[in-house]
Write a protein that binds this ligand. Structure first.
Ligand SMILES: [Zn+2]
Ligand SMILES: [Zn+2]
Length: 67
């Protein structure tokens, strides 16, 4: 019997930006400086399995696409 586990979209909720620890904290005014410490600018993949993202790129708007 299948137990209903759906692996297709696990952990990929639209509209929910994945923030690094730094930027997550930096959402608080008193920690705003931490945006500058975030270096999670690209996805980190598992070496043996490049299609698996270990640590997704930080989705914080402080890295924004606008330049
Ligand atoms: Zn940020
Ligand atoms: Zn960030």
């Amino acid at each position: 019997m299948a137990n209903g586990t759906d692996t297709r979209t696990r952990g990929a909720e639209a509209g929910t930006a994945r923030l690094s620890e730094h930027c997550e904290l930096a959402k608080r005014p008193e920690y705003a400086d931490l945006h500058r410490d975030c270096r999670r600018l690209e996805d980190h993949h598992m070496p043996a399995e490049p299609r698996i993202v270990l640590t997704p790129r930080c989705g914080c708007s402080c890295h924004g696409g606008a330049r």
